[in-house]
Design a protein around this ligand. Structure first.
Ligand code: URA
Length: 200
């Protein structure tokens, strides 16, 4: 878990200003090979924030999060509960593509964390869905891996609920829809999120 409480002067910036800082950021090595940084996009007044791991090739090319195959899967997951991408905010723990899509290193996550922290402060969602292990462990100080943490509500800094789900890329690698499969569990998880939103 990254415990940062930004002292970077990013707090109180609006989302557009945070995005501008991200696109010119050179705080870590990931900036060296990027085509575009990927700050995030969506509704800045949403109750629901999705946090993935880091941009892939297509995201790096377009400067937008989750636009490749994993992104299509995420859109499908949202649509299964009648949510559109434009109704939520989507971002990542690191805003520049790691080489060969490797997992971001802890110093990269740490360098980038003030941007995520500032986005969370500005959006002030009621639920943050973390997609996969890396995003989950960045926000939550838990030992359990995603297979056991998914589908449960945790709390972040006392006020915002964090709900881990499988990363959409994992679902692409595990396409079975059988009862108990990752896909089956994910379709149940997103319903839980939708119900929590509508009852809050
Ligand atoms: N995977 C991620 O974690 N984030 C993206 O933006 C795209 C793929």
């Amino acid at each position: 878990m990254v415990e940062n409480r930004s002292e970077t002067g990013l707090f109180r910036l609006d989302l557009e200003e945070i995005s501008e800082r991200v696109t010119t950021c050179t705080k870590c090595r990931l900036s060296e090979n990027r085509t575009n940084a990927v700050p995030g996009e969506g509704d800045g007044n949403t109750d629901l924030l999705f946090v993935g791991e880091g941009p892939g090739r297509q995201e790096d090319e377009q400067g937008r999060p989750f636009v490749g195959r994993a992104g299509k899967k995420l859109t499908e997951i949202l649509e299964s509960v009648s949510l559109e991408r434009s109704q939520v905010y989507i971002t990542n723990i690191v805003k520049c593509r790691p080489p060969e899509n490797r997992t971001p290193k802890s110093d990269e996550v740490e360098s980038c964390f003030p941007y995520l922290e500032a986005q969370i402060a500005e959006i002030n969602p009621s639920i943050i869905v973390t997609l996969g292990n890396a995003a989950t462990k960045t926000l939550l100080d838990i030992d359990e891996g995603i297979t056991s943490s998914r589908g449960k509500f945790y709390t972040w800094r006392g006020s915002i609920e964090v709900f881990p789900m499988f990363h959409p890329s994992y679902l692409l690698r595990n396409p079975s829809k059988k009862k108990g499969s990752p896909k089956h569990q994910t379709w149940k998880d997103i319903k839980k999120v939708k119900n929590a939103l509508t009852s809050s």
